[in-house]
Design a protein around this ligand. Structure first.
Ligand code: SF4
Length: 266
């Protein structure tokens, strides 16, 4: 996942997974390869939720001596997530869940922040559970392009996209939670107010039920998709990019998803 001289940007949300990852990586960097670490935190603008997470992650970064960069939706896009959700509900124009809006803008925000600090890798705390939920969601939506794209080490598809890696992709979420408790890591436990509306919840419930009944299901799904990767790679899907006509960021269509979303907010 890493090269010797990578400059690593860790996406830190203040939750158990990203803080456990930050703590582990901060230890690893003391042995070769000696890669500088930077923490990136996205402030989506979620009242009563994100402020606490920023405080907790800032404390951890200070303890570990890691620089933290905070990037906010409001500064980058001119809107908080709260205002986007409120507006889409007012106009009854919401074909997307708050998490879908959040995901589109967060991916862009993290990539811009990573580029700005000169990072060569973005590291996220996605666990085995997150990974197989994503596989199931893409499968249920019939989204073969994302099934191909979303993986533990993303392809270097465009110079403007910083490569993403997920070192916890084979670590069950229960184990990152256990690590955080054992290491007495202070993490945020307050759930996001929009979390109950997430499509992901259904995928999580199905997989947890299956895992309980048939132990090993999550690893089976993960291994299955990894074995399928060489075949997915041969499919020419979502591989070409052009500049977004509005913002100039790489886009698979004329207008990128972020600009499409911001256009609707006008
Ligand atoms: Fe964003 Fe949804 Fe996560 Fe809340 S639960 S931070 S809205 S992705």
């Amino acid at each position: 996942m890493f090269k010797f001289n990578d400059k690593i940007a860790v996406a830190v949300s203040g939750g158990k997974d990203s803080l456990a990852l930050l703590q582990i990586l901060s230890k690893l960097k003391t042995t070769p390869p000696k890669s500088p670490l930077i923490a990136l935190t996205v402030d989506e603008g979620i009242r009563g939720y994100r402020d606490e997470a920023i405080e907790i992650s800032a404390e951890k970064c200070k303890e570990l001596g890691i620089n933290q960069h905070i990037v906010s939706f409001e500064k980058l896009f001119g809107h908080t997530l709260d205002s986007i959700v409120a507006k889409s509900r007012r106009n009854a124009s919401s074909e997307l869940t708050p998490c879908a809006y959040c995901g589109i803008l967060r991916r862009r925000a993290i990539n811009i922040a990573a580029r700005n600090v000169g990072a060569t890798k973005i590291v996220t705390g996605h666990t085995l559970d997150d990974e197989v939920q994503t596989v199931l969601m893409n499968f249920l939506r019939g989204d073969i392009v994302r099934l191909k794209k979303e993986k533990p080490v993303t392809d270097e598809i465009h110079p403007e996209f910083v490569q993403k890696v997920k070192p916890f992709c084979e670590v069950p979420e229960k184990e990152t939670a256990l690590y955080a408790y054992v290491r007495k890591i202070n993490f945020q436990t307050t759930p996001c107010p929009y979390a109950s509306e997430a499509y992901r919840n259904e995928a999580r419930a199905i997989l947890n039920r299956m895992e309980e009944k048939y132990a090993g299901t999550k690893f089976t799904v993960h291994n299955f998709i990894e074995r399928l990767r060489p075949a997915l790679k041969t499919l020419e899907l979502g591989d070409s990019y052009e500049e977004c006509s509005e913002c100039g960021e790489p886009s698979s269509g004329g207008l990128c998803k972020v600009c499409e979303l911001l256009e609707k907010m006008k």
